[in-house]
Design a protein around this ligand. Structure first.
Ligand code: HEC
Length: 159
């Protein structure tokens, strides 16, 4: 290798590294629109699964269905949804305009409390679902959905 071609190779490698780290930066900071889509999607998947549990409670009870649904909710509840609400996403459009209230960005303590309640009741529901007693699932399901309502009352704008 001539000195010139070695210099070129080094320069090309440096450029590749620079490009790779730019990609990493881009991945660390998704656009507000993407974050809003993710959080709306996450809650839609939660609602799909609370709906499956309710259908089982209202109709003929299907333990497998309830276990799958409860495990999905607990996974989403424990995934750190707070990361999808950074400053800069108070307003904007995901799949549709965000319904978040500005208060969510001002009262971190309360949001944390609601998120912890959601996570705790979802975890408990997954445990109860694995046992399979419909009456116990019904009680725990009611406790879980109260955590949705309290957070929505304070932090999600009405339709
Ligand atoms: C810690 C607060 C919190 C908890 C707990 C919570 N939500 Fe939400 N939810 C929100 C916020 C905030 C939005 C608005 C998101 C946006 O539009 O950016 C939302 C939006 C939604 C949406 C609309 C999604 C869309 O298409 O825009 C559904 C459905 C939903 N939640 C269902 C639930 C259910 C069911 C539960 C409980 C099992 C739950 N949520 C628990 C805060 C919460």
């Amino acid at each position: 290798m001539t000195p010139t071609s070695r210099t070129l190779t080094v320069a090309a490698t440096a450029l590749t590294i620079a490009a790779a780290s730019l990609t990493a930066v881009a991945q660390q900071a998704p656009k507000p629109e993407q974050l809003i889509k993710w959080r709306q999607s996450a809650y839609q998947v939660v609602a799909w699964n609370t709906g499956r549990i309710k259908a089982s409670l209202d109709g003929s009870y299907n333990k497998d269905e309830v276990v799958k649904a409860a495990n999905t909710i607990v996974a989403i509840a424990n995934t750190g949804l707070g990361a999808l609400f950074p400053p800069g996403t108070e307003q904007g459009r995901g799949w549709h305009d965000t319904a978040v209230k500005p208060e969510l960005f001002q009262d971190g303590r309360k949001v944390g409390e609601y998120a912890a309640n959601f996570s705790r009741e979802a975890t408990e529901l997954a445990k109860v679902a694995a046992v399979g007693d419909p009456a116990a699932v019904k009680d725990q399901y009611a406790k879980l959905t109260r955590t949705c309502k309290s957070c929505h009352d304070d932090f999600r704008a009405k339709d």
